[in-house]
Design a protein around this ligand. Structure first.
Ligand code: SF4
Length: 377
């Protein structure tokens, strides 16, 4: 997969009137070159089901003798990266994954169905959080992961505590460490989670963000409007940074299909960058999203606006993964900030932040007034 294959024309004009009707099949579903299966994963019905999917697809499966994944690093980091990105491992999530962490400002809690993603985004947010080669690990102990959520009902500091978002209930974010839709054809985990929340008679919401579009298996699920799918989108000029994802038009069409299937939907506009012509670029994106959602009955739409930032650690990882990238990562052009945990991050200067915020929120108010803006960061 390469960036160009997924990039619509870099500076294509906005096509508000011509967003294609929903192509709910994936443009290209990921086919890992290697599927590793641990013995522990096969002790779980979901692990065996994922293995059956891999075998059905004719993928090369290696049954490991032990539960640790070893030998992934290699001497050449570029090669290790490429091999890891082509590898799916079926494993059991460690016990720490069952102690949920808060995830402000998005949701009360994050939980993980998997870790890692097969796409190649040069600004991937996982660069700052994953350690080691980016193998995609899908968790076999799905029942335990989903059953564990009940212990967090009614707790949390975001939607459970904020009057403005109280109607969302207790929220659980499933895309902090993976893109669950990008691997759904191999795991089925996302569908299981949607069904779990659909059957959970309580004020709860499953949330996830995706840069993929293969939503066909989700459309008929009994979601009971307790899952919000947000599509991670950017100005068209940023498409060259997104390798291996669905195209923007595919994502917007998938958003329309999900909204018409009754799902709450959202736009995660991220990471916002001052690409050439950014004002019109983001305004065009918002017009295209509005076109994709035109006529949806009972539309429940949110927008999350996330500017680009990096840390010394994420910059180092991304420059190792994508040495030829022209993604702007110059500290001198940024404002240095300390996170509440005392680590350093680089954000855009205040004046630029303000200009981008005003421009995007004005475009949303003008062209997509149905969108409730949850936060700007
Ligand atoms: S789709 Fe998301 S998780 Fe996957 S590589 Fe791109 S930014 Fe990272």
């Amino acid at each position: 997969m390469n960036a160009a294959a997924h990039a619509p024309s870099k500076h294509a004009p906005s096509k508000s009137a011509s967003v294609e009707p929903a192509p709910v099949r994936p443009a290209r579903a990921w086919r890992p070159r290697r599927v590793l299966v641990t013995p522990a994963a096969l002790e779980h019905a979901h692990g065996r089901a994922m293995l059956a999917r891999a075998e059905h697809l004719g993928l090369p499966v290696e049954r490991l003798a032990a539960n640790r994944l070893t030998g992934l690093r290699g001497a050449d980091p570029r090669r290790a990266y490429a091999e890891a990105k082509a590898t799916l491992a079926l494993v059991v999530a460690p016990p720490t994954k069952l102690r949920l962490q808060p995830i402000p400002p998005s949701a009360d809690w994050r939980f993980d169905l998997a870790e890692g993603c097969p796409a190649h985004c040069q600004y991937c947010y996982l660069a700052g959080s994953l350690s080691g080669p980016p193998v995609t690990r899908a968790y076999a102990n799905l029942d335990a992961i989903l059953d564990n959520l009940a212990g967090y009902l009614g707790q949390g500091a975001i939607t459970s505590a904020q009057a403005a978002r109280a109607r969302e209930g207790t929220t659980f974010e499933a895309s902090c460490y993976t893109d669950p839709l990008g691997i759904e054809h191999l795991t089925g985990s996302l569908s299981a989670a949607i069904r779990h929340f659909g059957a959970w008679e309580a004020p709860v919401q499953l949330r996830f963000t995706t840069k993929f579009s293969a939503v066909a298996p989700l459309l008929e699920l009994a979601h009971n409007r307790r899952t919000r799918i947000r599509f991670s989108v950017n100005a068209r000029a940023a498409a060259r940074y997104e390798g291996g994802t669905a195209s923007l038009d595919e994502r917007l069409s998938a958003m329309g299909a999900m909204a018409r299937a009754g799902y709450p939907v959202g736009l995660t506009i991220a990471p916002i960058l001052p690409v050439p012509g950014w004002q019109e670029g983001y305004a065009g994106l918002i017009r295209d999203a509005a076109a994709a959602l035109a006529g949806v009955p009972d539309l429940d739409l949110t927008a999350e606006l996330i500017t680009h930032r990096f840390t010394p650690g994420s910059k180092q990882v991304l420059q190792g993964w994508y040495p030829g990238s022209d993604l702007p990562l110059d500290e001198a052009a940024r404002t240095r900030k300390l996170t509440k945990f005392g680590s350093v991050k680089y954000v855009f200067p205040k004046d630029l932040m303000q200009a981008m915020r005003e421009s995007l929120t004005a475009a949303l108010a003008r062209d997509l007034p149905a969108a409730r803006v949850l936060y700007w960061t």
